[in-house]
Design a protein around this ligand. Structure first.
Ligand code: NAD
Ligand code: MG
Length: 411
């Protein structure tokens, strides 16, 4: 076969790639990186490759308005109604529709974009992400909390709709690239790598007085506050184990975690014949974002490239579950299945918020999650919530209990 015949010119490729895009959470770390990929594609391919249907923000009205004026989406959503009149008057005469609140988010997700980037943080992204999947959109999924909280519902929606979930979380995007779904019987293990976070080498004593500033100062990745704290506790990797189970349908014993401080290898997939495939890239979210936006094609991205002469060490070590009990808690919830992951996620969101607000200490995060899980043991051991309303109800119960636990810890 003459492969050269199949090579596309840049403009042909741009037309094949072209898809209308909505970015939920466009002002966050992943959202802003997505808009950077959109801008880059336009200048690289010399045409609008990802025309924007809608972009959304919670409170960052300035940035939302600036991006809207520059990129011209058909609609914007401002989550917090307090900022509605500011956004509305700033975009008057622009022809851009301004929507508001959670209804606005749902409406944005339902608008006819081919692809929806789900980059809102936390359970707030759940309903719009599900709505996009159910109407048959391709969903580029960064928001891991929504599949942890409502795994069974997402799996069902992905099966029943024409929609597809394309992972953006770097380890899962790497796994998606490495997994041979035709040979799933031969997959022995999927190992997600973890950087170990800023406290990888800290003693428990030192971790006890860690501040929010120290916790969000991640050594390799630049990310939003919540996921940065999750990386410091290793809860992020725990949530990712559950995310991997939901996305790839693998049993818990085939999922593993290894600490790899350099964050260059993102996932390792071991096959029955002894082969292990690894995915490498610079720690730059623009690589998985570009992969997801272009899938199943590949596009040129503005991400940093790896230079193998620049680093001399690739290290791998076991996670220390004594210092990072959150990973253990998440593993137990993965194993338990049912309602456990929903409760874990909600309790963790509350505990991280309380830590960022300086109401509990760093080690208090895992403690609050653990106490919430044991206080709600009846709920933990029940079936997975069957509907979105059931998820939200259980999420609410777990949040209230976690808040109580945090108040007790703070008293
Ligand atoms: P971020 O805090 O930087 O941004 C969050 C976005 O969500 C913002 O646009 C914000 O306006 C919006 N938002 C927040 N609360 C909202 C609410 N209640 N209603 C509506 N919108 C709301 O977060 P991030 O780091 O970009 O992470 C986004 C998601 O992607 C998270 O689920 C995270 O776990 C996941 N993720 C992030 C990275 C990363 O490198 N940052 C990597 C992998 C996965
Ligand atoms: Mg990740």
């Amino acid at each position: 076969m003459n492969t050269y015949k199949h090579m596309q010119s840049s403009s042909e490729l741009a037309s094949v790639l072209a898809r209308r895009l909505t970015v939920l959470g466009s002002t966050g770390s992943v959202g802003a990186a997505t808009l950077d990929v959109v801008r880059f594609a336009r200048s690289h391919y010399g045409q609008e490759v990802f025309p924007l249907e809608a972009i959304t923000a919670y409170r960052n009205a300035d940035r939302l308005v600036r991006d809207a004026r520059e990129l011209g989406p058909k609609a914007v959503v401002i989550g917090d109604p307090a900022f509605y009149s500011e956004v509305k008057s700033s975009l008057a005469r622009s022809g851009i529709e301004v929507l508001v609140g959670s209804d606005g988010l749902l409406e944005a997700a339902g608008r006819p974009a081919d692809m929806v980037m789900s980059a809102i943080v936390g359970a707030a992204g759940l309903a719009p992400t599900l709505a996009a999947l159910e109407r048959g959109a391709m969903v580029a999924l960064a928001n891991k909390e929504c599949v942890v909280a409502a795994g069974a519902i997402f799996r069902r929606a992905a099966e029943e709709s024409r929609g597809v979930l394309i992972p953006v979380d770097s380890e899962h995007n790497a796994a998606f690239q490495l997994l041979d779904f035709e040979q799933s019987h031969a997959i022995e293990k999927v190992t997600l790598t973890a950087s170990g976070g800023p406290f990888r080498t800290w003693s428990l004593e030192r971790m006890a007085s860690a501040t929010p500033e120290q916790a969000v100062a991640h050594p390799n990745w630049s990310m939003g506050a919540k996921i940065s704290v999750d990386s410091a506790t290793l809860m992020n990797k725990g949530l990712e184990l559950i995310e991997a189970q939901v996305l790839f349908g693998l049993p818990p014993e085939k999922l593993d975690v290894v600490i790899h401080a350099q964050s260059l290898v993102h996932c390792l997939v071991a096959y029955a014949d002894g082969s292990v495939l690894a995915h490498l890239s610079a720690p730059d979210m623009k690589t998985p974002i570009a992969h997801a936006l272009a899938w199943p094609q590949r596009m040129v991205s503005p991400a940093r490239r790896l230079d193998f002469t620049e680093f001399s060490q690739f290290t791998f070590e076991k996670p220390d579950l004594q210092r990072f009990p959150s990973l253990q808690l998440a593993r137990a919830c993965l194993q338990a299945g049912g309602a456990a992951p929903t409760i874990l996620n909600a309790a963790n969101e509350v505990a991280v918020e309380q830590f960022l607000g300086r109401r509990i200490g760093f080690l208090g995060i895992a403690r609050a999650v653990e106490r919430t899980l044991s206080a709600l043991s009846r709920e933990v051991n029940s079936e997975a919530p069957a509907t979105l309303d059931d998820v939200l109800a259980l999420d609410g119960t777990a949040r209230a209990k976690a808040r109580e636990e945090c108040e007790l810890a703070a008293a």
